[in-house]
Ligand binder design. Structure first.
Ligand SMILES: Nc1ncnc2c1ncn2[C@@H]1O[C@H](COP(=O)(O)OP(=O)(O)OP(=O)(O)O)[C@@H](O)[C@H]1O
Length: 348
């Protein structure tokens, strides 16, 4: 009896020591994983730093290769452009940009608003095996893009604060295990800088060779010299450090030379091929009128201007400072000749 008690006592002691050891082993394994991760980051940083030194000692980053030549993916790209995107021909620089991305280069694109930047990464995203990650600053822009891609039959999703749990699970499975159909994943920059869980799934996706391209939309947001600096964009440099072999395309409509240099440095893409298209839009122009000091007269003038300039039932937009002003402009002019609809942040 006494023997049994002693054995039980010792058993409890051994079990408690084992539990203690297991905790220590888990802590050590976690430490080991963190160190491996840091080791990989440091090696990549060293590599990038050497490449960047070599690049600044040699040629500028502007394209020397002929990106409009023939490439093995030409016919597949033409087929996808026409049959998936419904676009009959490329606009200026689109083909060259797509070819350089398909060749595995990092690319910087400066192209006017509405110039067709999205196709430059969406088409390679469809052509390349795996998942393309797109970082974009605004939820509304992202929603718009995802809806547009879904309408074309391209499997695209967004992972943002508004994504429901089921879709989030689907996305994580696609990243981690390659399950389900996902070609293009949109995230906000906050996801990259704030979600360790997301970054770890992305790491697994990359490790399995399934991260095909990284696109940074509105890339000028990286630079404090730009007009729209977003602090979370500053952390996007981590993407090139973690995934040095994955091509990156950075796109913007406006970037001065200083902003361009800044974002090349911040995104760690010193050897990027740069494409600059004209930002001049001849169909857009300003005209300044002196306005009356009487509110009603101003509204009359707006209505007259619209009726005279656009007599054929065309559509246009009148911007006001407030919702109240929008109502003041709309109310008297919903006549047979003119029809105003109010838009104030949301449709009324
Ligand atoms: N080669 C093309 N031919 C005809 N239409 C095109 C072509 N490329 C793009 N488009 C269309 O032009 C429109 C604008 O394209 P997109 O939204 O990609 O512009 P963007 O450069 O991203 O503009 P923003 O800077 O405002 O986001 C879209 O409707 C797109 O389908």
């Amino acid at each position: 009896m006494e023997d049994e008690e002693n054995i039980e006592e010792e058993l409890l002691l051994v079990e408690s020591q084992l539990n203690g050891l297991q905790d220590k082993i888990k802590t050590l394994l976690d430490q080991q994983e963190e160190l491996y991760e840091r080791q990989a980051q440091l090696k990549a940083m060293l590599e990038i730093s050497k490449t960047s030194r070599d690049a600044s000692n040699s040629a500028p980053s502007v394209a020397l290769e002929d990106w409009s030549g023939k490439f093995s993916w030409d016919s597949q790209a033409d087929d996808t452009r026409f049959n998936v995107f419904g676009i009959s021909s490329y606009r200026s620089n689109q083909r060259e940009i797509i070819n350089s991305i398909m060749s595995g280069k990092d690319v910087l694109v400066i192209m006017a608003a509405g110039g067709g930047k999205s196709l430059c990464y969406q088409l390679p995203a469809v052509l390349r095996d795996g998942i393309t990650l797109v970082v974009s600053p605004l939820l509304s822009l992202i929603q718009d893009q995802v809806m547009g891609l879904a309408a074309l039959g391209i499997p695209a999703h967004m992972l943002t604060s508004t994504t429901n749990k089921e879709i989030e699970k689907f996305i994580y499975k696609a990243l981690e295990k390659g399950e389900g159909e996902l070609k293009i994943l949109y995230v906000t920059p906050e996801k990259i800088s704030k979600s360790k869980r997301f970054m770890s799934k992305l790491e697994k996706c990359h490790h399995a060779g399934r991260l095909s391209l990284v696109a940074i939309d509105e890339a000028h947001c990286c630079s404090q010299w730009g007009h729209d600096f977003r602090p979370d964009y500053k952390n996007l440099g981590i993407l090139k450090i973690q995934f040095p072999s994955v091509p990156m395309i950075a796109l913007t409509a406006t970037a001065t030379s200083k902003v361009q240099m800044d974002l090349i440095e911040m995104l760690h893409i010193p050897r990027s091929v740069k494409f600059v298209s004209t930002v001049n839009r001849p169909n857009l122009f300003y005209r300044v009128y002196e306005k009356s000091s009487v509110g009603k007269v101003v509204i009359d003038e707006i209505a007259n201007f619209i009726s005279e300039s656009y007599p054929n039932n065309e559509s246009g937009i009148v911007y006001c400072f407030s919702r109240k002003e929008c109502e003041q402009v709309c109310r008297p002019y919903n006549t047979e000749m003119l029809s105003f609809q109010l838009f104030a942040g949301h449709m009324i």
